[in-house]
Design a protein around this ligand. Structure first.
Ligand SMILES: [Zn+2]
Length: 238
């Protein structure tokens, strides 16, 4: 998902990092956040617009009910402050390599951008009621970055609205640099992430077999297995 707003965000962030001293003072830090924040907000809006369009397409495909208002979820500068303190301000002060700091900062900020789409989709699905509304949502692997963590979560498939909330929190966790999406599920046999889910599920069960079902080591086994045999989402049959 790369919108013009995301490209602009990358440029602004790169320029800010370039200008920043190793030890950023409090006033300099506030200034940096004040410059960056509106650009992140703008990119989050773009992300929401894309999510809304994807939801409308999916609803039309399944003769679903029209999609209602897309909520724009609360986001404030504090969230940006916390994330960038961890990946930008502190590492620079510790003398980390600037190119690496920049990559980590981009990934952190873009996670905030993508989260707007993920949260909005999940909220729309969970609050929609009546005929033609989705039965649940799922985490969709998009193919470019399928780490063990994401494959493990995607292997659980759709989360149904009727399900308890226990598993949901987990499925809604994303790491910096993660390109997973949240998609609405109208039909359990036909949803945008189904092929990836089937393959993720196969790989997860294979990892379980490798550790004889001992759950605590399964993620490690899955990571090793994915390293030796990278995950590919099967091309959708025409
Ligand atoms: Zn992911």
């Amino acid at each position: 998902m790369e919108t013009a707003a995301v490209r602009l965000l990358r440029q602004v962030l790169a320029a800010l990092i370039q200008q920043a001293p190793d030890r950023i003072s409090d006033p300099q830090w506030r200034r940096l956040l004040q410059v960056l924040f509106p650009v992140v907000v703008q990119a989050r809006r773009g992300s929401l617009t894309e999510a809304a369009a994807a939801m409308v397409r999916e609803a039309e495909l399944h003769d679903g009910a029209p999609i209602g208002d897309i909520p724009s979820l609360y986001y404030d500068m504090h969230a940006l402050d916390v994330a960038l303190t961890r990946v930008l301000r502190e590492p620079l002060a510790q003398g980390h390599d600037r190119p690496l700091v920049e990559v980590a900062s981009q990934a952190a900020v873009e996670r905030h951008v993508q989260q707007a789409a993920r949260d909005a989709t999940r909220v729309v699905v969970e609050t929609s009621e009546g005929p033609g509304s989705p039965v649940g949502w799922a985490r969709r692997l998009t193919g470019a970055e399928n780490c063990g963590f994401c494959v493990m979560l995607a292997s659980r498939g759709a989360v149904y609205k009727s399900a308890s909330s226990a598993g949901r929190q987990d499925l809604n966790r994303f790491h910096d640099g993660c390109d997973c999406e949240i998609v609405p599920v109208y039909d359990v046999n036909d949803w945008p992430g189904l092929d990836g889910f089937i393959e993720a599920n196969r790989r997860y069960r294979r990892a379980l077999d490798l550790v004889d079902g001992r759950g605590d080591n399964v993620l490690k086994a899955l990571r090793r297995d994915l390293y030796a045999d990278p995950f590919e989402i099967p091309a959708k049959a025409a």
